[in-house]
Design a binder for this molecule. Sequence first.
Ligand code: GLU
Ligand code: ASP
Length: 496
Amino acid sequence: MSQITKQQIVESVPQKGFFGHPKGLFTLFFTEFWERFSYYGMRAILVFYMYYEVTNGGLGLDKTVAMSIMSIYGSLVYMSGIIGGWLADRIFGTSKAIFYGGIFIMLGHIALAIPGNIAMFFVSMVLIVIGTGLLKPNVSSVVGDIYPENDNRRDAGFSIFYMGINMGAFISPLIVGELMKTSFHLGFGVAAVGMFFGLLIFVLTKKKYLGLAGMHVQNPLQPSEKKKVFSIFAIATVIIAILVAIAIPRGWLTFDSFIAIVGILGFLIPTIYFVVMYRSPKTTAVEQSRILAFIPLFLASVMFWAIQEQGSTILALYADTRTNLNIFGYQISPAFFQSFNPLFIITLAPIFAWLWMKLGDRQPNIPQKFSLGLLFAGLSFIIILLPGYFGGTDALVNPLWLILSIFVVVLGELCLSPVGLSATTKLAPAAFSAQTMSLWFLSNAAAQALNAQLVKLYTPETEMMYFGIIGGTAIVLSILLFAISPIILRFMKGVH
Ligand code: GLU
Ligand code: ASP
């Protein structure tokens, strides 16, 4: 099947039928809507599930441990995208990867929905890490496949898809957050049902709407390579098994050493990516220059996501323990705050799109947009230190502070996130284009690997210093990035 051409794929997808876009976008939009519905619904309550007392239906873990686990989990979810992308590309094609991914994710949520113990929780984590790695990068890359070359609807297609992501992320915390008051497991159950709907839509509509898209294996593994790959896999498994067997009896494999390992991998993997791309004989001199330009942008992105992703760890804890949740006599769920980020994204994205269009050539260039992203992220942390500064760290805070902080981070997200993926596609060498989606998600993986360490430094007593130092660092980096943006631009060799 590998001889299917791009042309044949595009011809097999009905080119109209979803807001003037190919019908396949309907399938991808709703599959991803439901997948993000389940992911963000689960994440909205997971941290509470971990640290709430057993008598309140939780696991009774320490708060810091719970936030570190959230971060490591988030990191692994995006790291596994490399394997998901590779499997789709070389073994079973994107369509099957999405389907298997959805099944794993659904089973993962079911494992959490069944009242159980901490072992069940880790089983669920493994299933969701594998499942999301298979589904997320692949469903996004099929979006690019359904348009003819040079079709100017493609960017708009990605924006619609991005809306789908955020609509799913907006609705689920509202439902799941309410259910958690009765039982966490009920909330996780709803996440499982959401993924089931996503799978149903995918299976029922893909043949008609997606045609051949995702049905072929891009770069199938040759029989000679198969042997090599399987031996590498076998050797790696044996080495890991030996290391684990040595480490466990000696007490080396602790929770802390595990998060340290993921922390190292979070940075090691992208470094390897950069070195391999740079040194590959398939990479031209112009492409090498673009890789160099991409490094500071990647680092800025890591800093940005480190702050953005703390929205579901530190700021979730803040919502639960530092915020006044009693509104006119009604006790609101702390999980509701997770809906504000996607809500602001949905409402502001069209305004940003309009603004960039209006500014035309005068709009900030890519490095400057990244710099703005960092600036707003830094400011959002400065804002959230203010209530502690004015009212002390004991008094309960007006929820509007939290909402304002989330609003400001979203301003940054809209400068950085939508451009980030397209910048990655443009700056990564052509020979590596299949992996650009995974490469972009690696910045989030590195960010959350970093967060697993950072969150240990947070306590309500030191919160001002915590938010101040991290927010301040982001602002300094933003200024630095802005200052070197002309140099980065030069290295980008015409990409803008
Ligand atoms: N929150 C977005 C999503 O779930 C963006 C993640 C990222 O680009 O790192 O798709
Ligand atoms: N804004 C995030 C993303 O684009 C969603 C979230 O954090 O809830 O999907």
